[in-house]
Design a binder for this molecule. Structure first.
Ligand code: CAA
Length: 296
């Protein structure tokens, strides 16, 4: 018999008293040279583990991220029983989230190799945006250049008070290459994004909060992870397909005209009506009881 993944929010598989067991099996998410993956209580924590280089995104890290997010995607479906309900992305060592693309490797790249490197990380960030579960970047320490861009591909960012953000590429004769010229203006607006990118200036967590780059600032690393897990736990109590469709709708509409964006939303709205959870959610409301979502 297939082992059941224990969605161990508590021993009865409940979150806030609601049964969240969805007959899921333990997913095989693979093993990686540069990443650590830890799946607990339906929350997958993905840690970039190169503290000696402040978790810089070497070509090996990018390859590992591609493989890992492909495997995670396969675990984010109702067929798989939704064993992964949310992802936290972070960096090892306590000093940096990710200090950028790997400057040592880039120093000897020719334009073609650099283009392949950039496009590979673009593909990873698109994969993150397509994942039908929320991804939170938990930033403690430096999130610079490619590190800031990696965080920007996540649904939102929580930061510790020790976090620092920036796009310092111009200091190196470079420009953002992992999505910063697109996603930073989307997140904070054109003016602030231009200023950050042209100056290469670093900002602290409080300034990042004021800009809307981060959603929340927590006092310590521990509080940061507690907050990220609590938010993902709260979201896990909702209908997973609805959350996935909401993400798909927001991602799909971003950067489009209003009319095109509304088309994307209309498709997601229609799709929600094909799910059992939508029938359950609306029926439960009318019957004045709590909905029990089956993840279908
Ligand atoms: N790539 C490769 N190695 C890096 C790195 C990076 N982005 N950032 C730090 N490291 C390495 C350092 O070389 C150093 O290694 P050694 O011990 O072997 O010398 C180690 O990590 C520790 O770093 P520091 O000694 O520099 O630590 P610090 O506390 O003095 O400074 C820092 C910390 C301010 C973050 C500094 O390391 C720094 O400025 N790093 C580079 C940040 C940066 O410019 N990032 C953007 C890269 S370009 C980019 O990302 C392009 C893109 O958009 C795709």
């Amino acid at each position: 018999m297939e082992p059941r993944w224990p969605l161990a929010w508590d021993p009865d598989h409940t979150i806030n008293g609601e049964d969240v067991t969805m007959n899921s099996t333990i997913p095989d998410l693979g093993s990686y040279q540069t990443l650590e993956l830890d799946l607990a209580d339906g929350v997958l924590t993905l840690t970039v583990n190169r503290p000696e280089a402040l978790n810089a995104l070497s070509q090996q890290v990018v390859a590992d991220l591609w493989k890992a997010f492909t495997a995670i995607q396969d675990s984010c479906t109702h067929d798989a029983g939704w064993p992964v309900r949310g992802v936290i992305v972070t960096g090892a060592g306590g000093k940096a989230f990710v200090a950028g693309a790997d400057i040592r490797e880039m120093s000897s790249m020719d334009p073609e190799a650099a283009s392949g490197y950039g496009r590979s990380m673009h593909a990873v960030t698109l994969l993150i945006e397509k994942l039908p579960v929320p991804v939170i970047a938990a930033v403690d320490g430096f999130a610079l250049g490619g590190g800031c861009e990696f965080a920007l591909a996540c649904d939102f960012i929580y930061a510790s008070e020790a976090a620092q953000f920036g796009q310092p590429e111009v200091n190196l004769g470079l420009v953002p290459g992992f999505g910063g010229s697109v996603r930073l203006p989307q997140r904070v607006g054109l003016g602030p994004a231009r200023e950050l990118i042209y100056t290469g200036r670093r900002i602290d967590a409080a300034a990042a909060l004021r800009l809307g780059l981060v959603n929340r600032v927590l006092p310590t690393r521990e509080a940061l992870f507690d907050a990220a897990r609590a938010t993902l736990g709260e979201i896990a109590g909702k209908a997973p397909a609805a959350v996935g469709l909401a993400k798909q709708s927001i991602t799909g509409a971003t950067g489009r005209s209003t009319a095109k964006g509304l088309e994307v939303e209309a498709e997601a709205f229609r799709e929600a009506f094909t799910t059992e959870d939508m029938r359950e959610g609306t029926t439960a409301f009318l019957e004045k009881r709590k909905a029990v979502f089956a993840g279908k």
